[in-house]
Write a protein that binds this ligand. Structure first.
Ligand SMILES: [Zn+2]
Length: 155
């Protein structure tokens, strides 16, 4: 657990770069390990819209772990001084893509959960508890199970 004082300040350049490098690896694994440890058996879902980091198919819950840099966390994102416009545009596109993916998933009956990378650092247990509560609140319904988008055969 990190000291509380580091939670809500802008990251230094090297911290920002460390987070950029960790994109696609550490934060998602942290959550996966915690869920698995709690007995919650997620699935990986590369073919769903927006490619959630994991999901629960029967309950139709899709979970994304959003990197504070790439997804423009209001607490931690600050544009790098070098190529600031490029990064601002890139992050803006990512945010727009996130919103679009959420809309598509929700239209297909999914509940979308987005978790900031920094929340995993500060409140992993709380996040696992909230996901578990969400799972319990949803009645599994096998009739609604279907394969990821793109592999569904329409009648
Ligand atoms: Zn953040």
């Amino acid at each position: 657990m990190r000291p509380r004082k580091t939670k809500a300040r802008k990251l230094t350049k090297s911290e920002q770069m460390a987070r950029v490098r960790s994109q696609g690896t550490a934060p998602e694994l942290t959550l996966r390990r915690a869920l698995w440890h709690q007995g919650l058996r997620y699935r990986l879902t590369p073919k769903l819209p927006g490619t959630p980091d994991l999901c629960f198919f029967s309950e139709r819950i899709a979970i994304f772990v959003d990197g504070c840099f790439w997804h423009g966390c209001p607490q931690h994102y600050s544009a790098p001084a070098h190529n600031a416009e490029f990064w601002a545009n890139k992050v803006a596109r990512n945010i727009a893509r996130d919103k679009q993916a959420d809309a598509v998933l929700e239209a297909e009956g999914w509940t979308v959960v987005r978790i900031w990378e920094h929340q995993l650092e500060s409140d992993l247990a709380g996040i696992v508890t909230r996901i578990e509560a969400l799972l319990k609140a949803k009645t599994p319904n096998v009739d609604r199970y279907h394969l990821p988008s793109g592999t569904v055969k329409s009648k």
